[in-house]
Design a protein around this ligand. Structure first.
Ligand code: DAT
Ligand code: MG
Length: 150
């Protein structure tokens, strides 16, 4: 099975609001495979790299400050179509436009406090995974695989 990977991150508001377990559980219960996880208090320099594409935006300094204000939970999830499905599970960037049932649609209101990050394409996922997990990922066979995939 071709295994796609995505970078999912619980932002400092998600950590402080006690949403870590719920967000991880959603990906676990869906059937996706966790291949890396750690809590990191990221430096501004690291976050500027992560959000480099947005550096010209007026909200960029505030975004970096918020993301550096506390620890984040960094994860890599693996499975079929996980980049696109992960984005759908997160909901729209602006929580006011996020459908109920999505993480953002269920747990937040302001775009600047939208509790989670998910890679937007396979290529950006690869870049983000390399940035956040230079030490590499875990390789194992998930015991439930045959019950998730036909
Ligand atoms: P996403 O996180 O859905 O991939 P993005 O990559 O366009 O969205 O932006 C990254 C983050 O920047 C987003 O999660 C929240 C913040 N952001 C985006 N647009 C914003 C805006 N108009 N005002 C304030 N923050 C914004
Ligand atoms: Mg993005």
């Amino acid at each position: 099975m071709a295994s796609e990977q995505t970078y999912i991150m619980i932002k400092p508001d998600g950590v402080n609001r006690g949403l870590v377990g719920d967000i991880i559980a959603r990906f676990e219960k869906r059937g996706y495979k966790l291949v890396a996880l750690k809590m990191v208090t990221a430096t501004k320099e690291h976050l500027e790299k992560h959000y480099a594409d947005l550096s010209s935006k007026s909200f960029f300094p505030g975004l970096v400050k918020y993301m550096a204000s506390g620890p984040v939970v960094a994860m890599v999830w693996e499975g079929k179509d996980v980049v696109k499905q992960g984005r759908a599970m997160l909901g729209a960037t602006n929580p006011l436009a996020s459908a109920p049932g999505t993480i953002r649609g269920d747990y937040c209101i302001d775009v600047g406090r939208n509790v989670c990050h998910g890679s937007d394409a396979v290529e950006s996922a690869q870049k983000e995974i390399a940035l956040w997990f230079p030490e590499g990922l875990n390789q194992y066979k998930l015991a439930s695989e045959g019950w998730v995939y036909e």
